[in-house]
Design a protein around this ligand. Structure first.
Ligand SMILES: CC(C)(COP(=O)(O)OP(=O)(O)OC[C@H]1O[C@@H](n2cnc3c(N)ncnc32)[C@H](O)[C@@H]1OP(=O)(O)O)[C@@H](O)C(=O)NCCC(=O)NCCS
Length: 181
């Protein structure tokens, strides 16, 4: 059984009584697919989120992992919004941190405190898992996200760097002088 199962604690911020906020488990692959579609729409990047969908076995295995946390807001079968976060086991002390990787709410459902409810639900899961902090990054131009996170957390300015990873086959070719054609 995964931690952080369904909770209705924060639903008072969401008007429709049928709405629920809950963590996805291994049986929830269809909801994870809907969440990916919502992310693709919200971030304007359908190719990344729906261009090469993993098979059911991959997604089911992902949702079984304790350290992978997907939380959604549902109205029946509709995914109104959701987030994906990762639990990080630390090395300097026996403790954990939770990093929010993606968060979005469908355009029609914004400003109903759904994101707030998702984040509070995640913080509840984090507390039960012994995490001491939950953190997230935002782009400078993403004013709604900055306003949202500013209400809930303390802002810190950081610089972010991406380092490209060359596919292994290319590195082996370079090392051996071999080529593909
Ligand atoms: C950012 C986002 C998740 C917010 O979702 P949401 O459900 O509308 O947020 P909430 O209703 O919980 O907002 C809580 C508070 O955040 C602030 N806020 C949220 N959206 C805002 C906006 N567009 N403008 C100004 N303040 C905003 C407000 O203070 C709001 O409280 P209020 O409505 O009582 O004034 C949503 O706009 C979204 O999905 N955007 C596209 C994807 C994205 O940018 N994700 C974040 C990636 S880091």
């Amino acid at each position: 059984m995964l931690p952080g199962g369904g909770s209705r604690r924060y639903l008072q911020t969401m008007p429709a009584s049928s709405n629920t906020i809950r963590r996805l488990g291994p049986a929830d692959v269809p909801f994870l697919r809907k969440l990916n579609a919502l992310f693709g729409e919200a971030f304007g990047d359908k190719e990344t989120y729906t261009g090469a969908p993993p098979d059911d076995a991959y997604l089911k295995a992902l949702l079984t992992k304790q350290h992978v946390i997907a939380v959604v807001a549902l109205a029946g079968d509709e995914v109104l919004g959701g987030l994906v976060a990762y639990e990080l086991d630390k090395f300097e002390r026996v403790r954990r941190e939770v990093y929010i990787y993606d968060l979005a709410v469908g355009a029609r459902h914004r400003r109903r405190h759904i994101a707030t409810a998702l984040l509070k639900h995640l913080c509840g899961i984090a507390a039960r898992r012994g995490a001491w902090v939950v953190y997230v990054q935002a782009d400078h131009r993403d004013d709604p996200a900055i306003a949202l996170y500013g209400k809930l957390g303390t802002r810190k300015e950081v610089l972010h760097f991406d380092m490209a990873v060359e596919p292994l086959s290319k590195r082996i070719d370079a090392a051996t002088g071999a080529g593909h054609g």
